[in-house]
Ligand binder design. Structure first.
Ligand code: BYC
Length: 475
């Protein structure tokens, strides 16, 4: 079914024929718009932004571009087309028909996951609330706003499920999604990373590289769910998510490129000399990567998790690409060996039932995916004739969730004494001086085609338009 844009809430779920649900969502809609006005990029409400809006969920329809004022963006409910005769792809009910309703016994588990997923979407918009004022170019400003409106739509995706399938509890949860706020002392967002401030574009690019990539892995796992409406909504969200990671990967690549240009110009790798030229030195970038990667690793939950085990056993949440990447979809008798801290400053080997280790399986796949960008940037650095190498820190470093919580290690994952850790940590993640320097670079550039001095231009513009196109008309 195509997307009907004549309706108050554009959708492809035949909302017009479910009056109760339509009324409930129409009641929530003005609250969402109030939240957007208060917490979204509202200083730019009158700007015309060259945005992508889905007009259909197939390959042809989902990337339609036009200039739009963000408050007029048509947030709606779009599910990928159903897969006929789809069956449960993993866990104890493997092979049985998928569910069009939430089975009563799994209701609270599903609600918890949908609320957690939903909570991240508005959180990220809140985190990026003021970034527009320091954009390095109109091209980047447009990408920021594209990401923001789509995160708003992803919130709609989860709110649709809550309203449509969880009755009164779901409606209450949908209200709460607008009541919690990123970094709020009393009502923070649920997951740690979504309460971290994003006050500069280097953090934004790290966030879209690392944290949106967690989004990719979590959405892929939920796209395997036996609750078919959840699977279909996540499948469509993934098409949009790909652009967010593109923004992160190309953004960081352009920062590296600019640093290398400056290093060649001045013939030096000295961070201070590079900073004097207004570019980001690579050791500083490494500290930003250390911060955002370690924070994003926590988003996978504990290494050993009974929540993860029951989500897998019950067909609620699978592994990314469950059908194509794995042979054993039941995992009743397999296990995974892990190295854990023994609590006395040493390591121990532990054998964990595979179902209980699912968070770690996802985290491992995520880490491999994160490596790809680093390989590319390191190649850029080598080609430019420099020896510096960017690295992902160890998954044990600076963790706040799971077995490695508060276990002092260096970025390479080597166990160190607490005193040494506390002494050295400020040199491993961005220091106050680093942040102040990055802040000093964040001067807004809004002439079409011009870029701030700390970032190279993109290789191409959006939708075959030139980089110089006026992607945002600031009015
Ligand atoms: N911070 O057994 P455990 C995205 C909680 S990003 C704070 O270890 P479980 C996006 C956990 O909630 C993708 N708390 O883990 C990106 C639980 O609390 P309760 C978001 C945390 O349950 C950029 C307790 O610790 N989607 O889309 O197996 C921009 C013990 O849990 C954290 C999802 O996350 C943390 N980091 O797995 C915009 C998918 N980690 O319930 C958007 C849905 C864990 O006992 N969520 N806890 O009070 C899930 O699948 C799971 O909830 C988790 C945790 C993977 C997050």
């Amino acid at each position: 079914m195509g997307i009907d844009y004549s309706e108050k809430i554009p959708n492809n779920v035949d909302l017009a024929n479910d009056k109760t649900l339509q009324r409930a969502l129409e009641h929530w809609q003005p609250r969402f718009l109030d939240w957007w006005r208060e917490m979204g990029p509202n200083d730019f409400a009158s700007a015309e932004v060259y945005l992508r809006t889905a007009v259909g969920v197939d390959a042809k329809g989902w990337a339609h571009y036009s200039p739009v004022k963000m408050p007029d963006y048509r947030w709606g409910i779009f599910l990928a087309d159903p897969i006929p005769e789809r069956t449960v792809g993993f866990g104890d009910s493997f092979g049985q028909p998928v569910w069009q309703q939430v089975p009563g016994e799994f209701r609270s588990q599903f609600r918890r996951l949908i609320v957690t997923q939903g909570d991240t979407e508005p959180a990220s918009v809140e985190q990026q609330h003021r970034l527009g004022h320091s954009c390095p170019s109109l091209y980047d400003l447009r990408n920021l706003f594209q990401v923001n409106v789509e995160e708003g739509r992803h919130l709609w995706a989860m709110v649709y499920l809550l309203h449509g399938y969880f009755g009164r509890d779901g409606r209450e949860e949908a209200e709460e999604l607008l009541a919690r706020h990123s970094g709020d002392a009393d009502k923070p967002r649920i997951l740690g990373t979504f309460n971290e401030p994003i006050e500069d574009w280097l953090s934004f690019f790290c966030f879209t590289y690392f944290t949106d990539r967690d989004g990719k892995f979590q959405l892929k796992s939920l796209a395997e769910s036996s609750f078919d409406p959840l699977a279909r909504t996540c499948r469509f969200m993934l098409t949009e998510e790909a652009h967010h990671m593109f923004v992160g990967e190309t953004g960081l690549g352009r920062v590296v490129k600019r640093a290398l240009e400056v290093m060649k110009e001045i013939g030096s790798e000295d961070p201070e000399a590079i900073r004097r030229q207004g570019a980001v030195d690579l050791p500083l970038l490494q500290r930003y990567l250390n911060f955002w990667f370690s924070s994003s690793l926590d988003l996978f939950g504990s290494e050993v998790s009974s929540n993860a085990a029951s989500a897998f056993a019950n067909g609620i949440k699978g592994r990314p690409d469950e059908t194509t990447q794995y042979q054993d979809h039941v995992c009743a008798d397999s296990d995974l060996e892990m190295e854990m801290p023994d609590g006395r400053g040493e390591l121990k080997k532990e054998t964990v039932a595979m179902r209980n280790a699912m968070n770690e399986v996802l985290r491992d796949a995520y880490i491999r995916d994160c490596e790809i960008g680093l390989k590319r940037w390191n190649m850029q650095i080598r080609r430019a004739g420099f020896g510096f190498e960017l690295r992902l820190p160890s998954s044990r470093f600076r963790r706040a969730i799971g077995a490695w919580t508060n276990v002092p290690t260096d970025p390479g994952g080597k166990l160190v004494g607490r005193g040494d850790f506390e002494r050295d940590l400020p040199g491993w993640i961005p220091s106050a001086t680093d942040k102040a320097f990055v802040k000093s670079l964040m001067q807004r550039v809004v002439e079409p085609g011009r870029m701030a001095g700390w970032i190279a231009p993109p290789e191409r513009g959006v939708n075959n338009l030139p980089v110089e196109h006026e992607y945002v008309r600031l009015n």
